[in-house]
Ligand binder design. Structure first.
Ligand SMILES: CC(C)(COP(=O)(O)OP(=O)(O)OC[C@H]1O[C@@H](n2cnc3c(N)ncnc32)[C@H](O)[C@@H]1OP(=O)(O)O)[C@@H](O)C(=O)NCCC(=O)NCCS
Length: 232
């Protein structure tokens, strides 16, 4: 009962906070559009449509960038320093994790439009994700980045879900995920908590790697649940 009341209260606060967060991020874009409207006051309708149209498009881009910067900043400050642990649903850690998750969800639509890029790498790194040199992160679905480590020259395909947490038996279970150097994590696959993917390993597209799986270096794994397909 206490859990339900707390949950309803917090989710209501979150809904209104969403408006404030996105609203603050829209300030630079709105400023640009208002200035363009003012500066083109004496131009022809065609010119106004052209300039105002472009400024609206740029305002959207500015909104996305501002959302990423604002979210990175807040997440950097509030990110928890947790390792492998289990906590009850109603606990200080789970509430802090939930707040981080809300922030992450506010940035996700923007991340979705921008992967892979240095901008999204910056975002993941600000949230504590380790991304090695030459790696290429094409997924907008890395959860709890502070528990994820990606080596050098590794490719994370699009729609890959990397999730170091799971809800189980009234608890939140956290365990870091480590992906080595020169790996290929195939399109749409899912890497669960506690997995270690060895150097040079390949995870086939759409595979689901169960929690705490150790994929040895140089092996190709695929399927649901993922199993060894072959050695490279
Ligand atoms: C797993 C993968 C690397 C295998 O490619 P490959 O080395 O050329 O091997 P093959 O296509 O000859 O397949 C080898 C075996 O794996 C199986 N296999 C291939 N893709 C699979 C998949 N996604 N899931 C499960 N099994 C798969 C094949 O059926 C075959 O089985 P068999 O030996 O019993 O006939 C490849 O299919 C793959 O998923 N690559 C990921 C690419 C990707 O998503 N890149 C990032 C985004 S662009």
């Amino acid at each position: 009962m206490l859990w339900k009341i707390t949950q309803n209260l917090l989710t209501t606060v979150v809904v209104f906070y969403t408006g404030i967060h996105w609203g603050l991020a829209s300030i630079p874009g709105i400023y640009l559009v208002l200035t363009t409207i003012e500066k083109t006051f004496d131009s022809s309708n065609f010119e106004r449509a052209l300039y105002i149209g472009i400024s609206v498009g740029l305002a959207y881009v500015l909104w996305m960038l501002s959302t990423i910067i604002l979210t990175s900043f807040l997440s950097f400050i509030f990110k928890p320093s947790i390792g492998a642990t289990r906590v009850p649903f109603l606990s200080a850690t789970s509430i802090r994790w939930g707040f981080l998750n809300v922030l992450d969800r506010l940035a996700k639509p923007c991340i979705h439009h921008m992967v892979p890029s240095w901008i999204t790498d910056f975002y993941y790194r600000a949230l504590g994700c380790k991304i090695g040199r030459g790696s290429f992160v094409s997924s907008d679905r890395i959860n709890d980045p502070y528990l994820v480590s990606i080596g050098d020259n590794t490719i994370i395909g699009s729609k890959v879900i990397i999730t170091p947490h799971l809800a189980e038996k009234n608890e939140l279970v956290f365990s870091p995920i480590v992906i080595g150097n020169n790996c290929l994590i195939g399109l749409g696959s899912q890497i669960n908590p506690g997995c270690v993917i060895g150097d040079g390993a390949v995870i086939a597209s759409r595979a689901i790697v169960p929690k705490y799986t150790n994929v040895p270096a140089g092996e190709v794994w695929g399927g649901i649940p993922a199993k060894l397909i072959k050695k490279k």
